[in-house]
Design a protein around this ligand. Sequence first.
Ligand code: FAD
Ligand code: ZN
Length: 470
Amino acid sequence: MEGAGDILDAAAGIVGARNLLTAPEDMAPHLREWRDLFVGKARAVVKPGSTAEVAALMRLAHARGVAIVPQGGNTGLVGGQIPIAEGREIILSLARMDKVRLVDAEGDAMIVEAGVTLQRAQDAADAAGRLFPLSLASEGSCTIGGNLSTNAGGTAVIAYGNSRDMCLGLEVVLADGRVWNGLRTLRKDNTGYDLKNLFIGAEGTLGIVTAASLKLFPRPRSRATAFLAVPDPHRALELLNLAKAEAGNQLTTFELMPRFGLDVVLRHAADSRDPLQGPSPWYVLLELSSPAEAGLEAAMERLAEKALEEGHVTDAAIAASLAQRAAFWRIREAMSETQRFEGGSIKHDVSVPVASVPAFLDAGIALLERLVPDCRPLPFGHLGDGNIHFNVSQPVGADKAAFLARWDEVNEAIHALVATFKGSISAEHGIGRLKRHLLPGVKDPVEMELMRALKATLDPQGILNPGAIL
Ligand code: FAD
Ligand code: ZN
């Protein structure tokens, strides 16, 4: 292998010296993520401005055997975007590839480059009178390339699916610098293997996504949002089934939260207040959306009334203004960020079949209480998708480091429980570097062999994000 200088000179020749960062202070924002859970090292950060530049960089990396870690908005939660080995990797940031190439309102499709933030993609769709429905609390910073590479989920999956379901085609630079132009906008195309689905969710280990064609949807003209008190997750599941039966595909959000989660938000998030009068052990944030101007409020009122009558719900607040809707959403969105003010928390991003969520929560909470007496379970999230962020805060007054030292032990117990429900240990955040050691234990051996074979075919030298997933 040649010296670092040679390859960095060559990289600077491709992207221009300005777009090759090597000074520690310039690289710093790319080497740590917001929680400081992953802090890494790299030779350089390179910022190509076009697909041709990405291709030239990959030809160079391929020729010199240098490892590349793709990075989008650096909001990933499993460390896939941060190189943490000996610092020999180069981070390839897609941040400058931020063009919206096409918005085709009539065809309900748009083509954007990988570095376009989710928020900008949503805005571009909105400006054309359409909806791009992917919705995450990190949408101001995360990028379409990162969303697809992690197959991000979020709060609208119940209606629109994961990122994968919103993608019609991809442009990908392969490990050797070849460019696959798969930017089709077709709704039907059965001409052989569906390659885009290999790169979606691959976390940068099979290729570099440089652009994507995405599906657009009718823009809702009305929304109705309710904050509902439910006695327990079993009643919440009944409410979900009632909402599906009553509202069909107007149901766009169904999020479960425990009282402890609301308490944490009320304690630590400025301007937050309890939407309901008395306390309840659990809550549901439920939203209906419709392209029709009118009628949704009445539908929500009927749904809430019926749920109260049938005992799925004990109290209900329906947002009467945009400000109130925002306040309800703020409670849900602040639930992960405010948890750190309660000391250490051990996290899981798990899924089980939707109908099993209540039984899983009963068993999981009992298990936590046996393992760590006085711990404070905070399981919340996407009940409608069977995906729970099964978090737990340390006991009040306990030693934070001693509690966090039990991370692996607690993970192991919860993941074993998830396995008995035929669930997943990573529902939406991916494997990255955080869960790589767990993968062989939860995957079918044949599935692991197939994944390794695909990796070897697409990245024979192992230069694409080594240490992530496999
Ligand atoms: P990065 O963090 O930069 O990268 C993520 C992974 O993708 C890495 O492995 C990286 O190597 C790879 N990658 C990035 N860009 C490319 C590319 N162009 N080509 C190939 N590989 C690439 N996630 C959810 O699913 N649902 C949520 O509700 C959710 N909420 C969140 C809330 C907050 C406050 C935060 C901080 C994160 C949340 N996330 C959520 C996680 C995160 O936002 C998503 O995983 C997001 O999709 C990552 O996008 P990014 O651009 O930041 O990617
Ligand atoms: Zn989530």
